[in-house]
Design a protein around this ligand. Structure first.
Ligand SMILES: [Fe+2]
Ligand SMILES: [Fe+2]
Length: 315
């Protein structure tokens, strides 16, 4: 019998539910929305970094980007599988929705990243922000989600180290390199702070997701915990924190952003895939999907036939 929502809320706790539980549709839909968003974001993030497998300045950096991009695609696939376990959408449906512009993904991955000096903005700051959120998802009530986080968090830790290594190298480089990183930082900083989503009062999905244990921390808690850690790190590497948005220093090593200083209109335009950059990123994803359609067709054909095509005998 389907569990009623009150029972779900009472039982909600770390890794409490799995596919053997008959979960109510409301829970399954909410968990699917979170997982699909997360999986889409992993894939779209990988596309931003992929060009740097070629563009990075040394073989070691190229290899690191290559490994990171593969990790991110793997994270996406794992999360699509965890989402499928809720029985709402298949992986193929989610991938199709992403390619046709219906799938939603993280704000930071709607913006183009063209220069190598920008790469630590994703690999250090965005992955660092992702770590803050993902560590709390290890306690999500949907067990397949929490389980996927064990592997993902381990690899994200490596990504942050990789991003930090590039940042350190550039900030110890020429004056020009330092200035370019500072410019990139000023451009990306407000987006990174919006990564966590709107303030708790404005977040429509938070209450239910928290009540049923899918989410264990609020957007503001995560944003503040990121600021508390990364403000100092940024300063230590010689970056200057921009005046806007204003950051309140609480005097005890903790910080808060003045959220009204952030451009939430832009954030919501981005979130609806209506930002000019969104279209470009989504088209890129669609073209990549179309380019390998023949592989899918071939594999579908094999699955339907129930076995592999027999090799033709040579004449
Ligand atoms: Fe990832
Ligand atoms: Fe990552």
């Amino acid at each position: 019998m389907t569990m009623d929502i009150e029972t779900v809320k009472e039982r909600a706790g770390s890794r409490e539910f799995n596919p053997t539980d008959d979960m109510p549709e409301e829970y399954r839909k909410a968990a699917t929305r979170m997982l699909e968003f997360h999986a889409n974001s992993e894939i779209m993030g990988a596309y931003l970094e992929r060009p740097f497998i070629r563009k990075a300045p040394s073989i070691e950096r190229k290899l690191a980007f290559s490994a990171k991009v593969q990790d991110e695609i793997g994270h996406g696939q794992m999360l699509y599988r965890a989402a499928e376990s809720l029985g709402i959408k298949t992986r193929e449906e989610m991938l199709d929705d992403l390619a046709n512009g219906d799938g939603k993904f993280l704000n930071c991955f709607h913006y183009p990243m063209e220069s190598y000096v920008e790469t630590p903005m994703i690999a250090f700051f965005v992955d660092g922000a992702a770590m803050r959120r993902q560590a709390t998802l290890k306690k999500s009530s949907w067990e397949p989600y929490a389980h996927a986080m064990d592997k993902i968090c381990f690899e994200e830790g490596m990504h942050v180290k990789h991003g930090e290594s590039i940042l350190r190298e550039l900030m110890n480089g020429s004056k020009r390199e330092q200035e370019m990183v500072q410019e990139a930082f000023e451009e990306w900083w407000p987006r990174i702070l919006q990564f966590f989503g709107p303030s708790d009062d404005a977040s429509t999905h938070h209450d239910f997701a928290a009540d049923v244990g899918l989410k264990t921390a609020t957007n503001d808690e995560l944003r503040n915990s990121f600021l508390n850690r990364y403000m100092e790190k940024a300063k230590n590497y010689g970056l200057e924190i921009p005046d806007e948005p204003r950051i309140r220093d609480n005097g005890d090593g903790t910080y808060e952003v003045v959220e009204d200083d952030l451009d939430w209109d832009e954030f919501f335009t981005v979130s609806k895939n209506e930002y000019e950059g969104s279209i470009q990123q989504i088209n890129g994803r669609r073209e990549a999907q179309e380019a390998v359609q023949w592989v899918r067709n071939m594999m579908d054909g094999q699955t339907t036939a129930g076995n592999s095509p027999k090799p033709q005998a040579a004449d």
